[in-house]
Write a protein that binds this ligand. Sequence first.
Ligand code: SF4
Length: 370
Amino acid sequence: MEKKDGVGKQFLEALEFQGIKRRDFLKFCGATAAFLGLSDLYIPKIARAIEKASKRQPVVWLNFASDSGCTESLIKATYPNAAEIVLDILSVDYNETIMAAAGKQAEEILEKSKKDGGYILIIEGGIPTKKGHGMISGKEMIDILKDFSGPAVAILAVGSCATFGGVPSAKPNPSEIVGVTEALKRVGVNKPVINLDLCPVNVEYLIGVVVNYLLLGKLPELDSFGRPKMFYGQCIHDNCERRAHFDAGRFVEQFGSNEEALGYCLYKMGCKGPMTYSACPKILYNDRISWCIKAGAPFIGCAEHGWPDKFAGFYERLPDVKIPGIAGVEATADKIGAIAGVATAAGIAVHAIATAASGRAKGEKKGGEE
Ligand code: SF4
């Protein structure tokens, strides 16, 4: 079995002890390979990388200014249980929200992790930079971040609060909260940070980055905001399941309307999909069941730098989004319907002519044959 799957017996027994069957674990590896854009040939390699990590890769997860929504997102993932696979197996030495230890015992674990080093440091929450506004055990959060960033092999900022400040940094931001990259800059630490924006973080992005690191031993390629291109390289609007409605000028104008029930485009209800980059429409949330637009809510832009202030109000419509129109004409959302109507008519005409021509050609050929 070990040779075939690349996964050790002991590891599989440990999984089964936690209620995860081998088949489901390999299914999880298959799904991970798929969203990393890897072929099925990588499934045993991913399994093997996770098995190896179970013996040596510690993770320290620190919570700063947030509502712990990202931890919630992680532990609420159902099957295979991402918390068990990525956290228990990856030896999470410290996560104060889910660990059993507390108080002095927890502090000792944290100190030991720092001394041993070599961990993946995951940060959840923004960093208060105003003195006295963010303290844990008498220490400023920004100083704790600085202390733990040094011995880390990789730093991941998960969720909008940790990446660029998120909700806690919204105006008037009395605690002067910033994201991890900015906080590290202010304390003179120059280390790359992988930013996994979104509120809350998509657990599959987190797993993808960790597995990518375990497999290749390096960080994924990042965009100018420090986000992995593999998850933030495409515009939500381009992959949205309602895009055909946008192109055809079919919009929801009011919640509770027939148009809403028909699943029309949410652009006029404030959707920020046209200015947001993330793989949400492909990877979804809640074990790939749904995401905000599928559930009927306009996208609020939480995958982007400057959220939420830059994207408020959430139900206010973006200034007219120009789309490359049919026949090179640029159109605004209001005009799309009209253009789409003309295009549809033109399309039908072209199709009819093509069909007639093809019929004629067949007829001619047939005739010729005759
Ligand atoms: Fe989807 Fe929003 Fe774009 Fe409409 S505006 S197609 S709902 S992303």
